[in-house]
Design a protein. Structure first.
Length: 388
């Protein structure tokens, strides 16, 4: 039996900010869910199942939050599933929900991911004690900075590349009303002169800590036919993982990322991603990961990703716009960051991205990674239903 085509018919986000003290976690997730339902012109009764994702429970200190969120998400008496794959969880959650529709287990599924970082301290939560990690590598930046330095050595990239990415993404965020950081008056010189946190990653080249949630409504062909506006169709989606540490691991271009992208492209019939994908939402929490992922995902040859950035190809008006929403560098509710990438890709395809809409997008990539570059989730969505 062939799979059911999967369509994104509703997208909802909260306004992302450093602290949403006006709502509880339940209020936060309900806000995003209601916006996704309104976008799809559906009600709670139209939802057959709910799939929830978030980062580790210790970030907020609420264990198994999916249980107490069932009521807020209209899931009482309905199947509810929790997904967890570290920082990539938002993407993985969307893919699990999509598979429920593709397998015809459920007709219409609400998928949602969230984080309330103001009720936690993720920086220190991600700082493992000796002997499990070297001392003085506080937070994720301390873990990833050596891999950035390795990339610079391997590729010969100039020191300016990271600041160009950060400047681009923060400017893009000014066009996105949901983005956390709106840095009016930002200049490239301000980015370049910001304090060094983890050499070579500067303050302005790293992601913020955000409160926020993102939700999508996924359905099949019949549901898409009733949708009030054109949907985004899933053309390919995949997850891959590998250990955090093993002999021969390539932290600059992880094998799991390459394999995940290859699977997605195979499903979508893509042979030249640089030419066949019109926009990409990549998970870039530290600016240097844009050129690194451009290579890992096959948009550029090894050692050439930084040249795309430096040439302006990844700008809003470039040949391959990357993170038109402002990306993780501008908005980072960890558990939801991957789903935001997937949702923003869908919005580009639907022509619903507002001021940061790229003209003529027919196919877009959503990408997420997590852990020690060990979990990957990606999807490609398009304007037309996938070929049977």
């Amino acid at each position: 039996m062939s799979k059911e085509p999967v369509a994104v018919v509703g997208v909802g986000q909260t306004v992302h900010t450093a602290a949403r003290r006006d709502v509880s976690i339940a209020g936060l997730v309900r806000e995003a869910a209601l916006r996704a339902l309104a976008d799809a012109e559906l009600t709670w009764s139209d939802i057959d199942a709910v799939v929830v994702g978030k980062a580790p429970d210790f970030f907020e200190g609420v264990m198994m939050p999916e249980l107490y969120l069932a009521d807020a998400l209209g899931a009482v008496g309905k199947p509810l599933m929790r997904v967890h794959t570290a920082g990539s969880v938002g993407g993985s959650t969307a893919l699990v929900a999509a598979q429920l529709v593709a397998a015809r287990i459920h007709s219409t599924v609400l998928t949602l991911a969230f984080e309330k970082q103001s009720e936690s301290n993720a920086m220190w939560g991600l700082s493992l004690p000796v002997p499990f990690q070297q001392p003085l590598l506080a937070g994720a930046g301390g873990f990833f900075a050596p891999h950035v330095r390795a990339y610079i050595r391997r590729s010969g990239a100039p020191a300016t590349t990271g600041t160009l990415v950060a400047y681009k993404d923060r400017l893009n965020a000014l066009k996105n009303p949901y983005a956390h950081l709106h840095e009016h008056g930002l200049t490239l010189e301000k980015v370049r002169s910001s304090p060094m946190l983890w050499d070579p990653v500067r303050y302005s080249e790293t992601c913020p800590s955000s409160d926020g949630a993102c939700a999508m409504v996924l359905t099949g062909r019949a549901g898409a036919a009733r949708a009030p506006r054109p949907p985004a169709w899933l053309h390919g989606g995949a997850m891959r993982s590998e250990p955090t540490l093993f002999a021969g691991k390539d932290f600059v271009s992880p094998r799991a990322g390459r394999d995940c992208a290859a699977d997605v492209y195979r499903q979508a019939g893509i042979t030249d991603p640089r030419r066949e994908i019109d926009a990409a939402e990549l998970y870039v929490p530290f600016s240097w990961y844009e050129p690194m992922w451009l290579e890992n995902l096959g948009f550029a040859a090894e050692g050439e990703g930084w040249k795309l950035t430096e040439s302006g190809a990844t700008a809003l008006d470039g040949e391959l716009p990357v993170n038109p929403s402002g990306g993780v560098l501008s908005t980072n509710p960890i558990g939801a960051s991957g789903m935001i990438r997937f949702a923003e890709a869908a919005q580009q395809v639907r022509g619903a991205a507002g001021e940061h809409q790229i003209h003529g997008v027919r196919r877009a990539l959503g990408h997420a990674y997590g852990g020690g570059s060990q979990f990957f989730a990606m999807w490609v969505v398009g304007t037309e239903p996938p070929a049977r």
